[in-house]
Design a protein around this ligand. Structure first.
Ligand code: PHE
Length: 336
């Protein structure tokens, strides 16, 4: 009997015909968007293939197999075309972006340690290897530590040597790291072998003076310490810091209230001129007494120098103020 509600069975030829048409349409898409639209019209919610798959139940075995095969084939064709179009889109983008992998990259701006930090590290390393322990102290000092305990009482004319910044409450901006000597001896007693580091302040400013600069202070007190130990350590230190095999020193008598005898140490620079490097001397008995140390049992030396100045010499700079300008071009040009 002829049955009306049974769909007419599509033949293998019908399938093939549809497939060829579809193949053609897929191939003719030019953009991913076009392909997407076509895909939706076939496999979307209201797509032609979606509709036909719903009739699966009404088909005989052959037609079912054909439909399944067509379904798989079409999906494959879409995938292939998608890959082709994606590739084409990428090539087009690359063509107009023109990436030149042979161009030199932008120079990298690397940070470096500030020359003062670098030199402090070197100085510390050397002094620590000699057995000196590193100490610091406050930059706002009281009169006792900055002057009086250093054998420089209020009436002492040597106070004039240092252009001091006084604070309203009678404290001062530390003028010398020698204050660290006093603090350390008060705190730890003797024997003591330390170096104090830090910023110091004086009212002066030109190419070789800055109102804020840095000092390093050595202090070595024990039972048998002599001037020879002082000069030996200073010589060894300078040789290592400036990387020189030999070094010519000149010892000149000088005056500091807190050392006796007091000396100044000069160094022959590049075989030509004498440069004043540091002040030093045997610690004055009054200073020891002020720290409750018996000068008949203990004695030793102290030395002090400008750490900025040593760095200027080492790095061949002629204006101390450059250190504090924070000009990166200068740092770069100076080769740090
Ligand atoms: N404090 C002295 C100065 O600032 C340097 C110094 C330190 C001299 C230790 C002798 C001993 O000039």
């Amino acid at each position: 009997m002829f049955c009306h509600n049974k769909a007419v069975m599509p033949t293998a030829f019908d399938f093939l015909l549809r497939e060829i048409k579809m193949q053609e349409q897929i191939k003719n898409t030019n953009t991913l968007q076009e392909l997407q639209n076509l895909y939706t019209s076939v496999f979307g919610k209201n797509g032609t293939m979606t509709a036909r798959l719903k009739t699966m139940r009404d088909l005989d075995n052959n037609a079912r197999a054909e439909l399944n095969r067509e379904n798989t084939t079409l999906r494959e064709l879409f995938k292939t075309r998608q890959a082709e179009l994606e590739n084409a889109a990428m090539m087009a983008e690359m063509a107009h972006e023109k990436l030149d992998a042979t161009l030199n990259p932008e120079p990298e701006n690397r940070g470096t340690l500030h020359p003062l930090t670098q030199s402090l590290r070197e100085i510390s390393e050397i002094l620590e290897s000699f057995g000196y322990e590193r100490r610091t102290g406050p930059e706002i000092e009281d009169d006792w530590h900055n002057f009086t305990a250093l054998n420089t009482p209020a009436y002492h004319p040597a106070r004039d040597m240092q252009d001091t910044f006084f604070l309203a409450n009678g404290n001062v901006m530390r003028t010398q790291t020698s204050a660290i000597q006093i603090r350390t001896m008060e705190e730890t007693g003797v024997p003591v072998k330390i170096f104090g580091i830090g910023a110091t302040y004086r009212k002066e400013m030109d190419a070789t003076h800055s109102p804020m600069f840095h000092q390093i202070e050595g202090l070595y007190i024990d039972k048998n310490i002599t001037m020879t130990d002082l000069i030996g350590d200073v010589r060894a230190f300078l040789k290592r810091f400036f990387n020189m095999n030999d070094i010519e020193l000149r010892i000149r008598p000088s005056y500091f209230p807190f050392t006796d005898p007091s000396i100044e140490i000069d160094m022959k620079w590049r075989g030509q001129k004498w440069l004043e490097i540091m002040g030093a001397g045997m610690v004055h008995p009054n200073v020891l007494r002020n720290c409750n140390i018996d000068p008949d049992v203990y004695q030793g030396f102290a030395f002090g120098f400008g750490w900025d100045r040593l760095a200027m010499l080492k790095y061949n700079l002629d204006d101390i103020r450059e250190f504090y300008n924070s000009d990166v071009r200068w740092l770069r040009d100076a080769g740090f």
